[in-house]
Design a protein around this ligand. Structure first.
Ligand SMILES: NC(=O)c1ccc[n+]([C@@H]2O[C@H](COP(=O)([O-])OP(=O)(O)OC[C@H]3O[C@@H](n4cnc5c(N)ncnc54)[C@H](O)[C@@H]3O)[C@@H](O)[C@H]2O)c1
Length: 380
């Protein structure tokens, strides 16, 4: 059985047996009106015992229409005003990455539990300040790693945890896009606002679900490279609009690869691209080699595909006995928000939800950037 751990990774049994809803309901707010913020709004609207009482963002017309759609009584333009204007129990943070730490720390210091979007922060130093604030306040700090909550990734995690492929000793995982730079010229491609490019934006999801599937092995060192072959020439931008317009130069990487060495001698090869000359259909995948078998999950279409089959490679009496495991769609962001609300309702678990595991991801990504910049392996 999975053990409860932090940052939203809780065992499903615990999540499904939440204690009775407190009265009155939890007062929730969402900061950020883009795609990510709207996922949190939908989740709060769907979950029982939570009232979405305020939202915040810079786009007034969009904000007012989202207030109407979700029945939210208060809209304000800036996060600082939001924290001052109305009493809150929980807040979701879905703003450009440079704002994650100030909003989270401001909320935690006011006694508000925090669910922030990934990446946790621009760099590990900021992420560490957030964890420190959560521990000092004794509040929940979760990070939204929704792809870990895909049904196929959870099924793979279960299969490995049950020992179906023996002891894992090697893995490779990727998220590759052909033309997927979130928006050329937006905050996503500005180093000061985003902290990094493809590696920090979508590579962090790959790192997260791979570590989750492998049972959280301890990282010893990394060796990484980064490239900006397309974005720097104005190529590889997606059609996707961000809610916030911008005029940034392309200052980050559009592709990265890393060799992640674990303390137990196993390793992960990670690749990620926002933009690269490859198949136009997005791919999100993971393959794990174990002592008694192998498992592969290839999500062709990436986020567009709700669930993919797992291929399991095994021998029985020396003969190939491979099979496929169908999986069911997970609940993505709704599950992440549900986990967060579940943790908020169980004060005895708050210490497990201090952002510590997300901080480990931030430290690994930092080490990858250092490795790429210095052209050498970096020890953690
Ligand atoms: N988990 C996922 O799958 C996923 C997907 C997309 C984005 N994200 C993350 O969510 C965050 C937001 O991404 P997005 O794509 O929604 O961005 P976006 O640019 O579409 O939206 C950002 C929002 O933040 C608001 N904002 C900016 N400054 C603000 C301030 N001072 N006060 C209040 N609001 C402010 C903007 O007005 C806008 O509404 C990023 O950290 C991103 O990495 C996560």
């Amino acid at each position: 059985m999975f053990q409860p751990d932090n940052d939203g990774v809780v065992n499903d049994e615990a999540s499904s047996s939440s204690p009775p809803l407190p009265d009155p309901p939890l007062r929730a707010a969402v900061v950020g009106l883009g795609w990510a913020g709207q996922q949190h709004m939908k989740a709060y609207a769907e979950l029982p015992g939570v009232d979405l009482v305020a939202i915040s963002g810079k786009e007034q017309a969009l904000g007012l229409s989202l207030c109407e759609e979700f029945g939210v009584p208060l809209f304000v333009d800036d996060w600082s005003e939001l924290l001052e204007r109305t009493p809150l129990d929980v807040v979701s943070i879905a703003v450009p990455t440079y704002l994650h730490a100030p909003v989270a720390i401001g909320a935690l210091q006011r006694g508000i539990h925090v669910l922030t979007e990934k990446p946790m922060a621009r760099a590990a130093e900021e992420a560490a300040q957030m964890v420190q604030a959560a521990r000092a306040a004794g509040q929940v700090l979760d990070v939204a790693f929704n792809h870990r909550r895909r049904g196929d990734i959870e099924a793979l995690r279960g299969l490995i945890a049950e020992g179906s492929i023996g002891t894992p000793y090697h893995a490779r995982a990727s998220w590759m896009r052909r033309k997927g730079i979130p928006k050329l010229g937006s905050w996503f491609t500005n180093r000061e606002m985003a902290g990094g490019g493809a590696l920090l934006d979508i590579g962090v999801h790959v790192l997260d679900y791979a570590l989750y599937a492998l049972g959280e092995p301890e990282v010893r060192s990394v060796s990484a490279v980064t490239h900006a072959a397309l974005g720097s020439r104005g190529l590889g931008g997606s059609e996707r609009d961000t809610a916030l317009e911008g005029t940034s130069e392309f200052e980050v990487e559009d592709m990265a690869a890393a060799f992640v060495r674990f303390a137990d001698g196993t390793a992960l090869v990670l690749e990620t691209s926002w933009a690269a000359f490859r198949d136009p259909v997005d791919l999100m995948d993971i393959a794990v080699l174990g002592s008694d078998g192998g498992a592969e999950l290839s999500i062709v279409g990436a986020t567009a595909l709700e669930a993919a089959e797992i291929r399991v490679f095994r021998d029985e009496d020396g003969r190939i006995a491979d099979f496929r495991v169908p999986t069911r769609p997970g609940r993505g962001h709704i599950k992440v928000v549900d986990d967060f609300i579940g943790a908020v309702r169980r004060p005895e678990e708050w210490g497990l939800h201090d952002g510590g595991r997300a901080l480990v991801r931030a430290e690994i990504i930092d080490a990858c950037y250092r490795s790429a910049a210095e052209g050498r392996e970096v020890t953690l």
